[in-house]
Ligand binder design. Structure first.
Ligand SMILES: [Zn+2]
Length: 226
């Protein structure tokens, strides 16, 4: 399996091209250190938290990295979402986990909820990128993962188009809770790859509230200005 993975994803740093990295990595240590970290997880009232003010009451929120166009972060997210490269998910997830662990604002968390994909899309893609991030976070923080607690409702293509036109409008993004009893009384952390307007999290958070968790926080791999 290792040899097979090496053929598919040769171990060369995506940023600087060095081959001095382990088979499980996608960036070398030096390039990992130079990523544009936000420190949001440690900062109260950071921009991600402010995004939800007046929309939904959430606990501590944040994102690990700044997302800018043509940056290594964009490449990592692209590898994660479209190139089926699990190493990108593990790296981003571990970086999120380390930042969350370093902050004292997330120590009460006892459940991870990946933002779900629509079933048909997940089948096509073969995996849910938010779940890969959760697995990386769990490897560091040892929080349990609730991957099937929520489902994304099917939307028609015209609705999807409408979503794109109405960025920020959460009315057409819909989720359903399949097992509310498993989330009752927990301190949940919802995990997504990129946060832009917060519309997805707002819709998902409103759905999660029906399960009466103790609190809902939010963590994204990257934050982008819209
Ligand atoms: Zn490098």
């Amino acid at each position: 399996m290792q040899g097979f993975l090496h053929l598919l994803f040769p171990s060369i740093c995506l940023q600087c091209g060095t081959d001095e990295l382990s088979d499980s990595n996608i960036l070398c240590d030096s390039c990992i250190q130079q990523l544009p970290y936000t420190d949001f997880f440690s900062i109260e009232n950071n921009v991600v938290e402010k995004m939800f003010w007046g929309r939904i009451s959430l606990g501590a929120c944040g994102a690990a990295l700044f997302f800018t166009k043509k940056s290594i972060v964009q490449i990592l997210i692209f590898e994660l979402k479209y190139k089926q490269n699990p190493k990108a998910g593990w790296l981003l997830g571990r970086l999120m986990g380390e930042a969350l662990q370093k902050s004292n604002r997330f120590h009460h968390i006892n459940g991870l909820v990946p933002v779900p994909l629509q079933k048909s899309r997940q089948r096509k893609r073969g995996y849910n990128q938010a779940q890969l991030l959760c697995e990386g976070i769990a490897a560091v923080c040892h929080w349990p993962l609730f991957k099937d607690a929520i489902q994304k409702k099917k939307t028609s293509s015209s609705q999807t188009h409408k979503d794109r036109l109405q960025r920020g409008g959460s009315a057409t993004i819909q989720f359903t809770i399949t097992h509310p009893e498993t989330l009752y009384g927990l301190n949940l952390l919802v995990v997504d790859d990129v946060v832009t307007t917060g519309a997805t999290m707002e819709a998902l958070g409103n759905c999660l509230l029906m399960a009466q968790p103790a609190s809902i926080g939010f963590a994204a791999a990257a934050y982008t200005l819209h």
